[in-house]
Ligand binder design. Structure first.
Ligand SMILES: [Zn+2]
Length: 101
């Protein structure tokens, strides 16, 4: 296991369940949905659509599961390694989803 030292705590929730009370507003609860995440590192910007997340039904605040954050991080690292300036893609990878070592 490697640990990433990046600050990644803004949207991260490790145990996600629909119906969880919102952190941002007193009345909302999180429901399953998808969000569009914009990732930036250096000169690389990656826009990822259809990221599974929990979205507050009142204020729209979103939470991502840790595994989603890790996959987004990997997508961003790949784009940066290829010197991509701007990339827009769907969260679901084109290749088969399976074991990635
Ligand atoms: Zn809310």
């Amino acid at each position: 296991m490697e640990t990433d030292l990046d600050q990644r705590d803004e949207h991260v929730e490790t145990s996600l369940t629909p119906g969880h009370p919102c952190r941002q507003c007193p009345e909302g609860t999180y429901e399953k949905g998808t969000v569009t995440e914009t990732l930036e590192r250096g000169d690389t910007v990656v826009v990822v659509k259809d990221v599974p997340a929990l979205v507050c039904d009142v204020c729209g605040n979103s939470l991502l599961a840790e595994e989603e954050v890790e996959r987004l991080q990997r997508i961003l690292e790949q784009a940066e390694a290829q010197s991509v300036e701007l990339q827009s893609r769907r969260y679901q990878p084109l290749q088969e989803v399976g074991k990635n070592c």
